[in-house]
Design a protein around this ligand. Structure first.
Ligand code: CMC
Length: 429
């Protein structure tokens, strides 16, 4: 018998089956041959929330959740955060290699070329209410882009695909910044090509009047690091959404709108916003023990803590915590930091959190930095969506050229009624 197989005995029938193992994994469809009788559908696996199901093979991002390791294309996240610009990392995600200077200059030019948005897209942003959450503007406006670029439906043309990728990396920051300016009633600031990717975003958001806007180098570096850390995170909820929607062969704008909607939820990218609301609610360091008590009693969650994959300190949170101190040197300390540090201190010693392996995740300290930089709290998920756009698109592209992939279509276990006799309206009780 081959070593790389799994032998399963079905005690209902006494029959044994040999299932091949590849990459420590069995194909769920191999279980279908396990049947009680010929007409039987065959065995399925039940895995709500995909707790233990690999839905694809990928070469983009590696995570070891027990050891707290994160790598993009093999490079440790700490090295990329320290030394790379966000656009270098986006290039790495799409094209598998870090760019040479010539490649980076070309890639930057291509992205900048696509940073302007059509006036009718601006009109869509204008039509939102003054207090619309900027994430709702972003989601709707990205979806509307599909109508401006019908060629994007041609998803199996590699050149067309590349053009949509450049468009989205270029346009999403502009839409995000315009959403912010709309909310504040400020005139829109158009992209400037002589600024860095993150410097341009800061300019589009914060420029006041006609003078050129230069962001502080420490803050610009910090925003770049945050973007690098948020660029990808393998099969998370929004990236899986991107893959699922993309698997229907719809255009990438519609798929990204769906991915961004998944990111908006408080258990995912909306957690950075929820952390600040939680810290505001705790209000004072003396209220921390009582808050922890309530979390342990099941009355709400400690936002910014816990992760499906990390059962150790999230490596992104480690970098962000250190970064917070560098930012506060420039902006002054965010007064909520003391509450956050006390929450972390208690949680890391408390049996409830220790036994469940709950550690700070990427969202625990990032909001404190964004707030100190002057971003309003409801922009935080948008600041997550801008860099994650490259991760979503890298996975979309990988999924489309993967011969194993098909339209995503899970099974269910039907537990409803058996066939019933129809009841006309007059006989219903
Ligand atoms: N506070 C209190 N208890 C928690 C928390 C938390 N933040 N997270 C998990 N638990 C408990 C949970 O109640 C459960 O306890 P029990 O076994 O007694 O029922 C146990 O830990 C396992 O939790 P789970 O809900 O089964 O874990 P999950 O893998 O389904 O959820 C999570 C992962 C991130 C949704 C969850 O940890 C959470 O809700 N965290 C807070 C929201 C948050 O910070 N989200 C950002 C995630 S990182 C950014 C990103 O990539 O999206």
């Amino acid at each position: 018998m081959a070593n790389n197989t799994l032998t399963i005995t079905d005690n209902r029938t006494g029959k044994s089956y040999e299932i091949p193992i590849e990459h420590d994994t069995i194909h769920a469809t191999d279980l279908r041959k396990i049947k009680v009788h010929d007409g039987d559908f065959g065995m399925m696996t039940y895995d709500p929330a995909f707790m233990n199901t690999a839905s694809c093979k990928s070469t983009i991002t590696y995570i070891d959740g027990d050891k707290g390791i994160l790598r993009y294309r093999g490079y440790p996240i700490e090295d990329l955060a320290e030394s790379c610009t966000y656009l270098e990392v986006a290039h790495l995600l799409f094209r598998e290699e870090l760019p040479t200077q010539i490649q980076l200059d070309e890639w930057t030019k291509q992205v900048q070329h696509h940073s302007l948005i059509h006036q009718n897209i601006v009109n869509i942003i204008d039509s939102f209410r003054y207090d619309a959450h900027p994430m709702t503007i972003l989601i709707s406006t990205i979806s509307a882009l599909a109508s401006f670029f019908p060629e994007a439906n041609n998803i199996f043309d590699a050149e067309v695909r590349k053009r949509q990728i450049r468009r989205l990396i270029g346009k999403v920051p502009t839409i995000a910044a315009f959403a912010y300016r709309h909310r504040t009633g400020m005139p829109y600031v158009y992209p400037e090509d002589d600024l860095s990717f993150v410097g341009n975003i800061a300019s589009m958001m914060f420029k006041w009047g006609s003078r050129k806007f230069f962001s502080h180098p420490v803050l610009e570096r910090a925003l770049n690091i945050l973007f690098v850390l948020h660029a990808d995170h393998e099969q998370n909820c929004s990236t899986s959404t991107m893959r699922v929607i993309g698997s229907s062969h719809v255009d990438p704008y519609s798929a990204i709108a769906g991915a961004a909607a998944a990111l908006f939820g408080p258990l995912h990218g909306g957690a950075n916003e929820a952390v600040i609301h939680m810290l505001d609610q705790i209000h004072d360091i003396k209220n921390v023990p009582d808050f922890i008590k309530r979390v342990k009693a099941g009355e709400g969650r400690l936002m910014g803590f816990g992760h499906r994959v990390y059962k150790n300190y999230d490596p992104r949170a480690k970098v962000i915590k250190k970064l917070a101190y560098e930012v506060f040197e420039v902006t002054g300390r965010n007064p909520k930091l003391e509450i956050a540090l006390e929450l972390e201190r208690i949680a890391l010693e408390d049996e409830y959190f220790v036994s469940r392996k709950l550690y700070p995740n990427v969202d625990f300290y990032s909001g404190l930095i964004y707030q100190a930089m002057g971003f309003p709290v409801d922009m935080f998920p948008v600041l997550f969506a801008i860099p994650r756009t490259s991760g979503w698109l890298a996975h979309w592209q990988e999924m489309l050229v993967d011969p194993d992939q098909k339209i995503a279509r899970p099974r269910q276990i039907y537990l409803g009624h058996d066939k019933r006799t129809f009841i006309p309206m007059e006989n219903r009780k």
